[in-house]
Design a protein around this ligand. Structure first.
Ligand code: NAD
Length: 468
């Protein structure tokens, strides 16, 4: 069998779903193709004075809505095909969670562990400069965010570089999301993707009939979970499912994997890793021979949260999980997807499940453009209304509420409350939409998610009057 690239796999998933839609081939092609790709090569002066050439990309998959949006990845595996595949997934993801952006993705081909902080800063600033030069960044044009290998610090450098050069000062803060809170970021963005993964899994587990078909009880409580990759997404997903009552039985990082059927505390494992440099030899847990062995552990839910192409046709038959919750982008190859579906494994697809990041990025972008923190105008007002209501009830009943009850009820929503509530609503609503489509078309959730995305993007083009 010929090797299929990441983009070819995404396109194959698209074609499978497109067959369930009524759109003409020309429109489907327009939705599927990548609108523009910028491949840049620039020099990096290393700390030792030597010069290295850096390859970097930005792909803007679909301009049907502006700005386009997508993370920036720093990894040695970055290439044009990967960036284009991830940009396409972003278009579909935004449509699925009703975030009004087209999809994009950026990538810099570097292994960040091999570079000093100063070198990473130089790369980030030069990359941003290249994006500005070609009009591939801007609040109404293309708005990057963190992805694998990048975080708030890189976003702050991007903002600073943009601010130095670009002219649209009033809205410049909205040129990038995932920034530190002091630099125009929004509370709750860092943990948003992991929190969204938790909301998505919890919602999937809520349906008794769906769980029964897998031989599982409804609800997250007590479900045995394995997480691969303890970075931003994996760590937060692990933390929230643990708080939600699930039991973490296996954890994997690039240096190895650990297993304890009795349960692992993710914060304690992370503290052990900070102390020893590795998750291995964690007290009470068994070390697995290879990190990838974690994928094949007995569990109810497997959460791959590292990189694409982890579950392939080579290991798909060994997966014991009943549910695969795709926190990473593209962790299951198209071939593996077919094998797993035949085996009755329930897959919650990436294109829906990790959309929490872009959802909260959207909130951050709105906050930056409105120049006001969510809740600032209403928090005190809500608080005083709640207090008055409680007082009226006390007067009417002659009973007094305890100070704890007053504190619990009589407070106004903070920015974080609003962000988390908006995220929860988005993830629940989107899950129910794709579950409904899956039932109507008798297809798996991934195909349903793609059908939903295609139909929504198609509406944009049809409303533009470009297609009959
Ligand atoms: P990250 O760099 O913060 O963390 C990734 C972690 O995975 C690192 O700790 C790395 O050491 C580990 N890892 C790499 N290869 C591994 C392997 N083979 N086995 C075990 N661990 C391995 O990256 P992230 O932002 O958490 O992104 C992870 C995935 O989630 C990516 O696919 C990314 O595209 C996707 N994603 C991220 C966001 C976001 O907001 N950051 C949003 C949507 C999707």
């Amino acid at each position: 069998m010929v090797h299929e690239s990441f983009l070819e796999q995404v396109d194959r998933m698209f074609d499978k779903a497109a067959a369930h839609t009524p759109h003409p081939p020309g429109l489907l092609k327009q939705i599927k193709v990548c609108n523009s790709v910028y491949h840049m090569t620039f020099p990096l002066k290393r700390d030792d004075g030597s010069i290295e050439t850096i390859q970097a990309y930005r792909a803007e998959h679909s301009h049907h809505k502006l700005p386009v949006k997508g993370g920036i990845r720093y990894a040695p595996s970055v290439n044009e095909d990967e960036v284009m595949a991830l940009a396409a997934l972003m278009t579909y993801k935004c449509a699925i969670v009703n975030v009004p952006f087209g999809g994009a993705k950026g990538g810099v081909m570097i292994d960040r562990r091999q570079y000093s902080e100063a070198e990473i800063e130089r790369v980030t600033r030069r990359y941003t400069y290249e994006l500005i030069r070609k009009n591939f960044i801007g609040p109404g044009v293309d708005v990057p965010a963190p992805d694998y290998g990048t975080g708030p610090r890189e976003m702050a450098w991007i903002l600073d570089t943009y601010n130095t050069i670009a002219n649209d000062k009033l809205d410049a803060l909205a040129c990038v999301t995932g920034k530190p809170v002091g630099q125009g970021g929004i509370r709750g963005r860092t943990e948003a993707t992991g929190r969204g993964v938790f909301f998505g899994i919890r919602e999937a587990c809520r349906f008794a009939g769906d769980m029964e078909a897998l031989g599982l009880e409804p609800g997250l409580e007590g479900k045995k979970i394995v997480v691969q990759g303890l970075g931003n997404v994996g760590y937060h997903a692990a933390k929230f499912v643990q708080e939600g009552g699930a039991v973490l039985v296996g954890l994997a990082e690039y240096e190895g994997a650990i297993y304890n059927p009795g349960g692992l505390d993710v914060d304690a494992v992370m503290a052990h890793r900070r102390e020893t440099g590795s998750i291995l030899d964690y007290p009470g847990a068994e070390n697995l021979p290879r990190s990838a062995d974690a994928l094949e552990l007995p569990c109810d839910i497997l959460i791959p949260a590292a990189l694409e192409g982890q579950i392939t046709r080579e290991n798909a038959r060994n997966i014991q999980a009943k549910i695969i919750a795709e926190a990473a982008n593209g962790p299951v190859t198209a071939d593996a997807d077919t094998i797993l579906l035949e085996r009755g494994v329930f897959i919650i697809p990436d294109v829906y499940l990790n959309a929490g990041g872009v959802t909260v990025s959207y909130f951050e972008w709105l906050r930056n453009l409105s120049h006001v923190r969510f809740g600032r105008m209403s928090r005190r007002f809500e608080e005083s209304m709640h207090q008055q209501l409680l007082r009226a009830v006390e007067e009417a009943t002659g009973k007094k509420f305890s100070p704890e009850t007053v504190a619990r009820i009589a407070h106004g929503a903070s920015e974080e409350d609003l962000v988390n509530s908006g995220l929860e609503e988005t993830m629940i609503e989107a899950y129910n939409e794709i579950r409904e489509i899956a039932r109507r078309h008798d297809v798996d959730l991934r195909t349903a998610a793609f059908i939903n995305a295609i139909n929504k993007v198609a509406v944009s083009y049809l409303e533009m009057g470009i297609f009959p």
